[in-house]
Design a protein around this ligand. Structure first.
Ligand SMILES: O=C(O)CCC(=O)C(=O)O
Ligand SMILES: [Fe+2]
Length: 292
């Protein structure tokens, strides 16, 4: 089963891309498929090669992140490498931004560049609580960062230097997943969203949509039977390839792999070609309620 993946013959980070290619990419992305670019490599420079070693990855942070607004790198102890790390991550942010802008020109008015991350730790054997364990099938929803319906778009490149693929499982369509758990998700207490925001626990107020997405995220991860029996397809992304998807919609689990770069974007639903495919609109149809 490869219909969860749309392979595209893209081999550079900037356009122009043909209208046909743009259309194919957009339709696949918004339908909840993974857009896979087997010929699009992110080039690591010679002086950055030392960032791709397990020595470098011994810190406790699973991700090193770069906040584009502050230009600040966090999550690494290796300050001697910070300059190269920052250069590599900034270049990945620029490249991803160029790719997304040229591939999806319709998003231009409604897209925002969020965090960049570098993931040097081998996924197998990484310790974390079930809720934070991305080896379990999930859609992205973050407790401290409500999106109020905006989309989470992520671009990944495998930069592993030893030939190792990054293995994912990709699950069922979002709506099938959502229908299984939406009825069981706890609704917030009346003042809960305001209180969490006032205390700085959430960045802005959680909407009913955010509450449901968090609930779906947790219920799916904490249900061993779902993890075992839910339909899923294994896919390996080889080194020197790039892929992107709406991670708030695509059920995904990262099973194994080491050394990847990731760039997050937020996209307004109004900028989508088919907003009715967004998790917000799907959940509103299922519940019969406005959720933002
Ligand atoms: O690191 C990966 O390959 C994917 C992890 C994940 O679940 C995510 O980035 O949303
Ligand atoms: Fe995820």
């Amino acid at each position: 089963m490869t219909d969860v993946i749309e392979s595209l013959e893209i081999d550079r980070w900037s356009g122009p891309f043909s209208a046909e290619l743009q259309h194919k990419a957009l339709a696949a992305l918004e339908a909840g498929r993974v857009v896979f670019c087997p010929r699009l490599a992110f080039a690591v420079k010679d002086e950055e090669a030392k960032l791709l070693s397990s020595d470098f990855a011994t810190g406790k942070a699973k991700n090193i992140s770069l906040d584009p607004a502050k230009g600040q790198v966090s999550g690494t102890a290796a300050s001697s490498h910070e300059e190269h790390l920052r250069a590599m991550m900034e270049r990945f942010a620029r490249s991803s931004n160029q790719l997304v802008t040229d591939l999806f020109p319709g998003y231009l008015e409604g897209i925002e560049l969020a965090r960049t991350s570098y993931r040097p730790v081998e996924i197998v054997g990484r310790q974390s609580s079930p809720r934070k364990d991305d080896r379990l099938l999930h859609v992205d929803a973050f407790p401290s960062r409500p999106t109020r319906g905006r989309r989470i778009l992520r671009v990944f490149s495998n930069i592993n230097p030893t030939g190792k693929a990054r293995i994912w499982h990709v699950g069922e369509p979002f709506e099938d997943f959502a229908r299984k758990y939406v009825g069981a998700v706890r609704r917030p207490f009346p003042l809960e969203p305001s209180l969490l925001a006032a205390l700085g626990i959430t960045k802005g107020k959680r909407s009913a949509y955010d509450q449901i997405m968090l609930g779906l995220h947790d219920k799916g991860k904490l249900d061993p039977r779902y993890q075992k029996e839910a339909p899923q397809t294994e896919f390996g992304f080889p080194p020197d390839t790039t892929w992107l998807c709406f991670t708030d919609q695509v059920l995904h689990a990262a099973i194994s792999g080491q050394f990847a770069l990731e760039q997050t974007f937020h996209v307004d639903i109004a900028a989508m070609a088919r907003p009715e495919q967004s998790p917000l609109r799907v959940l509103e149809r299922i519940t019969g309620q406005a959720l933002v």
